[in-house]
Design a protein around this ligand. Structure first.
Ligand SMILES: Nc1ncnc2c1ncn2[C@@H]1O[C@H](COP(=O)(O)OP(=O)(O)OP(=O)(O)O)[C@@H](O)[C@H]1O
Length: 332
């Protein structure tokens, strides 16, 4: 039974982790409380896997501290309530599905019954199939199912559904939602907004090794719903495009039809265009479209790096970031 005074499942305090010249995590702080389901969102190389590997005790920080249920994750005793599924899992190809589940269950005093594991992940019909003969989606479902066999109170999942078809994805998401509803704390990494939308209540966006946003799903969806505004100017933009509301990441390139094609990533495209008109900027061929998630990550990361000057680009931080001293604020 968890009490209010119990240490949180995850407490990361000012952690830095480098690999040679690469700073994979740069002064990251994060607290995850009992029963939360948190999405770690970020582009390739953002630092998500490194963070999970520190939580799982597979790596150590160069600076700062990591606590799992109040203990050191490198101590096996701290990991008894932890279930993890890394990005890639090797399954013994000649063992049957039920044998693998039984094998893993043999490591725990009170494992989840095999039938329950198979039912949660829609694997009942495959119990007698050798794992080497499973499809990619089936293997992935089994791998995630195995992480729950020990009834962990904290589950870490690294891109659980990458490469899966829609159906397999939905089975996995439902199984994870159900397990969370049973009281578990879940942290899931993903590149996919759709996956985070399906699973997470709180979203932590990691960019360039830093936490660039930490907020409710709804607020982060607002933050990443940036627009790309393109327009052609008679000559180099110079000061013309500076100080536009909610704009950063201005890029320019020669327009083959004459002039300069400028592209802006804007948190509020309407306000941006209104200001262009008010300033009588002589633009043509205006185009506004949704930015990609990758562009949204870049704009969040650049907001975080450039601090107050671009803070106006994003709405004020709220909830978790504003109230939790261990959380890093948006656009800090
Ligand atoms: N063992 C390692 N040796 C050298 N560099 C590493 C190592 N592990 C991670 N890195 C580097 O650290 C940075 C963060 O990597 P990490 O795997 O944590 O990112 P990620 O957000 O999980 O990316 P992805 O979404 O692609 O899995 C990257 O630049 C990566 O190349």
């Amino acid at each position: 039974m968890t009490t209010d005074t119990a240490p949180p499942p995850v407490l990361v305090d000012r952690v830095t982790r480098r690999f040679g010249d690469v700073t994979a995590l740069d002064d990251v702080s994060l607290r995850v409380d009992h029963g939360e389901i948190v999405g770690l969102l970020g582009s390739n190389g953002a630092g998500k896997t490194t963070l999970l590997s520190l939580l799982a005790g597979l790596r150590t920080p160069d600076a700062g501290t990591v606590r799992l249920f109040g203990g050191d994750p490198r101590d096996p005793a701290s990991r008894t309530s932890l279930g993890t599924t890394p990005q890639e899992t090797g399954l013994p190809g000649t063992l049957k599905v039920r044998e693998v589940v039984d094998f893993v269950a043999g490591h725990f005093t009170d494992p989840m019954p095999r039938a329950e594991v198979l039912a949660r992940f829609a694997l009942e019909d495959l119990a007698d199939r050798q794992t080497g003969a499973l499809s990619g989606g089936q293997k992935r479902r089994l791998a995630v199912g195995l992480s729950l066999v020990g009834r962990p109170r904290l589950v870490l999942l690294d891109e659980p559904t990458t490469g899966l078809d829609v159906e397999a994805r939905h089975v996995l998401w439902q199984a994870l939602r159900d397990y969370h509803a049973d009281g578990a704390t879940v942290i899931v990494t993903s590149h996919y907004l759709e996956e985070i939308e399906a699973l997470a209540q709180r979203v932590v966006v990691v960019g360039g090794g830093r936490v660039v946003a930490d907020d409710t799903l709804a607020r982060v969806l607002d933050l990443v719903s940036v627009r790309r505004v393109s327009l052609t100017l008679p000559g180099p933009a110079g000061a013309t495009l500076t100080g536009l509301p909610g704009v950063h990441d201005v890029t320019e390139a020669p327009d083959p039809r004459g002039g300069v094609r400028a592209t802006l990533v804007a948190a509020d495209a309407d306000a941006c265009v209104r200001t262009l008109v008010e300033r009588a900027v002589p633009f043509r061929d205006l185009e506004v479209r949704g930015a990609s998630l990758e562009e949204a990550f870049l704009s969040l990361t650049s907001s975080a790096e450039h601090g107050a000057s671009s803070a106006a680009a994003t709405p004020a931080p709220a909830s978790a970031a504003a109230t939790d001293p261990t959380a890093t604020e948006v656009a800090r």
